[in-house]
Design a protein around this ligand. Structure first.
Ligand code: AMP
Ligand code: MN
Ligand code: MN
Ligand code: MN
Length: 290
């Protein structure tokens, strides 16, 4: 059986631990036929990934995961099949990376005030010249034995109300979807269950997202339970969104999360990979059952 595509993965170009080439190699070994590289706020790894995929029977979908501030929360919007060098997208992402640079220094200053020295330099070393994310801070703090694992770091130091927390100042939802569309891509709401939104807020998010031209939602993703998969399949159907699937793979350090090992989309979902040339939900699809 052909595995379903994995349309959400990271490399060292953001906070993954594999080079784009090594990620593609793993995808090929795992028997995947379609893989999207969707690094946070950058398309820098796409060229290497596409070159590595060529000749291996793997279709590399150029992608990105854009950080968005919506109603004072951080939401992630995946862009699939984007032109990685589109100037509008590139400029937008460059602004987000500039905020990341400042935020990283600010996280370092805040942790220093809390008695943890050298965190900025430590995170920067983990980032290895690529953009700095909170995951790089987490790896450094684990190395320093200040926390048991990266999840523990987030809980104790990096989330709202904790000493190293810095509020996001990311793209607006409209801008993020606009850049993705300008680059010829399709916008997808990433891991929707992670935001813990009330039903009202979720429907508001989906409504605004669609108004701006967004067309997909991740129904299948590693952080979704079975129930959540079916809940978001229903939302996809009722709100006329295409369904996406992606592991959110960051590297072999998270052995519970396998590249491309995803359950199938529930029946009745329209897979976003069915037609990359169109963002439209086919007529009659709304009547299909998820
Ligand atoms: P950033 O975009 O730099 O704010 O970092 C967000 C990234 O941190 C996510 O994409 C995950 O890779 C990671 N992350 C967020 N929350 C957690 C958590 N609770 N445990 C482990 N990693 C997390
Ligand atoms: Mn990440
Ligand atoms: Mn994300
Ligand atoms: Mn991700």
């Amino acid at each position: 059986m052909t595995p379903i595509p994995d349309l959400h993965t990271h490399s060292i170009a953001s906070d993954g631990t594999l080079t784009p080439g090594a990620l593609v190699e793993r995808a090929v070994r795992a028997g995947l036929t379609t893989l999207a590289l969707t690094d946070h706020d950058t398309t820098a790894g796409v060229g290497e990934a596409a070159a590595a995929a060529a000749g291996h029977g793997l279709t590399l979908v150029p992608g990105v995961e854009v950080s968005v501030t919506w109603n004072a929360r951080t939401i992630h919007v995946v862009g699939l099949n984007v032109d990685p060098v589109n100037p509008e997208l590139a400029e937008g992402l460059a602004r987000l990376r500039a905020f990341r640079d400042w935020r990283a220094e600010e996280i370092g200053r805040r942790l220093a005030r809390h008695g943890i020295q050298g965190a900025y330099e430590g995170a920067r070393a983990y980032a290895g010249g690529n953009l700095i994310g909170r995951t790089h801070f987490a790896r450094f703090l684990v190395e320093q034995r200040l926390a048991a694992d990266t999840g523990d770091v987030f809980k104790r130091f990096l989330t709202t109300g904790k000493p190293g927390h810095v509020a996001g100042d990311w793209a607006s939802l409209e801008a993020a979807v606009g850049w993705i569309r300008a680059a010829g891509g399709q916008a997808v709401i990433a891991h929707p269950a992670r935001y813990r939104l009330t039903r009202t807020k979720l429907l508001q998010l989906i409504g605004e997202f669609r108004e701006h031209g967004g067309c997909g939602i991740e129904v299948v993703t590693s952080s979704h339970s079975r129930d959540e998969i079916f809940t978001f399949a229903r939302h996809a159907r009722e709100q006329r969104l295409l369904a996406s699937a992606g592991s959110d793979y960051h590297g072999p350090e998270q052995p519970w999360l396998m590249l491309g090992r995803l359950p199938p989309l529930p029946d009745g979902c329209i897979p976003i990979w069915r037609d990359w040339s169109s963002c439209a939900v086919p007529a009659g699809a709304a009547r299909a059952t998820c």
